[in-house]
Design a protein around this ligand. Sequence first.
Ligand SMILES: C[S@@+](CC[C@H](N)C(=O)[O-])C[C@H]1O[C@@H](n2cnc3c(N)ncnc32)[C@H](O)[C@@H]1O
Length: 376
Amino acid sequence: MLVIDPSRIARVKGFLDELQYDVIHRALRPHYHVLPWPDFDDFAEAIECLPAPLRAAFDLLLLGKSFARKRAETLLDPLFIEDLLALNVLEEPTPAVIRTAGVSLLSFQGRYVFVSILPTYPTCRDTSIPVYLGPDSYTLAHNLPHGRPRDTVLDLGTGSGLQAILLAQASRKVVATDLHEDAVATARFNVALNGLQDTILVTAGDLYAPVEGERFDLIVSDAPYVPVPNSVPYPMYAAGGEDGMLVLGPLLDGVAAHLTPDGEAVLYAAGMGDQQRPFLTARLRALAERDNLTIDLVELFRIAIDNDLLNHTASLALAQPGETGTSPEWGALFERQGARVIYKVLIRIRHGAPLLRYIATGTGHLRATIEAADAE
Ligand SMILES: C[S@@+](CC[C@H](N)C(=O)[O-])C[C@H]1O[C@@H](n2cnc3c(N)ncnc32)[C@H](O)[C@@H]1O
């Protein structure tokens, strides 16, 4: 588990800034703003042109490669290596060899976040991904309502803490919660790494349990929503139970009780549906009626069920090498649920006249899509 030692963490940040880790990462990555992870081999090739210290930093911290400790201390600063070892970012699996303790350092818009190494990287040793960061995280990040300062913010299922970190700039207080103890520890570390301890409080617990009785001007979440057969073990970051609503259901149920009168919730989700619409529409309509909520459900894109099955087959093969063939469990689950399509969606919820508006023409940007629908 990462260690919170503010003075060492501040020094590590100083080293990273001096190396221009984020500036160079951004310059080398064509999809920096959309995809957190570069292709391993492409990035290894792209960094070959860099000065040796920067190349070593990316090899060690982003790609997760092992180094002889002496060599790393020659290429980087020995104090940097000592700090990273003391903070448990680095470990020494055998004497004189160092590597990260299963984490990878990504940067986004000038912020740094340690997260679990991508399972498809050859350096990954734990495919359960305790601290998740994926393309959906970035979709949510781009759709955070940055324009308006918020007094209080709740980031439910914070993972690495990225959304909380991005929102901290325009908020007085941000509470970030997660159920996974590694995510909580890592989010706390990332908050300190970005110098935001005075604004962000990271707490452990199930959904709203750590903030019972509190209300927020903004609630954001990218909670687990993947429909998973009961017979298949699946990592916590994504497992949504057979209907995908295991976490998303109680999260939606608790929104009204945790939003201030003028508050707003912005959620990223996915769900099964038929050819016409996500099954989520019925649930959201009932929620709007029950809790007097105005809800916009914006479709980002849809995936045909056969393609989604292939994705599950690929992720199972990663978790259990040697497993091949399409996943019969997921095929049966989709059949049982009558699903034909998986929808990726953004949801905006406010107190107001009970209304569910389903906007099937999402442009990828929540606010612009809603404004266009308002103008019609
Ligand atoms: C898909 S990840 C998203 C992480 C992060 N919000 C982001 O945008 O990158 C979902 C997160 O929800 C957390 N989680 C799962 N079930 C939870 C629950 N019942 N209560 C709180 N957090 C939960 C997971 O540990 C994981 O960190």
